[in-house]
Design a protein around this ligand. Sequence first.
Ligand SMILES: [Zn+2]
Ligand SMILES: [Zn+2]
Length: 245
Amino acid sequence: MTFSVTILGSSGSYAAPNNPCTGYLLRSPGATVLLDCGPGTVGPLQTEIDLLDLDAIVLTHCHPDHWMELPVLRNVFTYFAVRTELPVFGTAETKALNDAVTISGRAETFDWTTIDPLSTLEIGDQSWSFTLADHPVETLAPTVVVDGKTFVFTSDSGPGWDFTEAAQEIDLALADASHLSAFEGGSIPHMSAREAAVRARQAGVKRLVLTHLVPGSDPEAHRAEAEAAYGGPVEVALPGCTFTI
Ligand SMILES: [Zn+2]
Ligand SMILES: [Zn+2]
């Protein structure tokens, strides 16, 4: 088995009719990790794995489109496919919100560890580190290395973040490209497809995948704008796609 990233959902801010919010499955020979747990992701997660095979969950920030399927996953592990103390890693803000919707006495389903930009994690053979994204809440952009291969997810980020902060050599980048360049320069805390692509090109990213497109967006318009800035092929994250690194 190689290191791969499977798209469970890639819609930004809210789910599209056939595309849940953010959720990615990172599989390597030594670990199976859910990166973000946005609304609607537990369904497609079951088409990829037996839920009991999940080793950990990493949540990048507290915005609801990135974690609010977690209480639903708790239902699964509390009442049906019972398991306890599944490791969950997330920010302090996300923990506070999760605690507010956790029924007392059932907290043992997850073993929560609060993380910040200085945290490093070893999950099986996956080495995780983080940089602080450009977003209104504490948002962690993960860098994951397996056997010398590097994956970076921008999480949600405006243009004040750069790939060069994350790693020197990036084999696959999944980049927030919520909007098109026509909306640059305003108060939107996300990158345009062009902004993500310029940063990827400058950092020498080997393969660029756009994500977090808002429902109703034209994926081809995002791809075309990004390819012009990147100077090569760019892909758009669609549910069910697997990218092997
Ligand atoms: Zn988001
Ligand atoms: Zn966000």
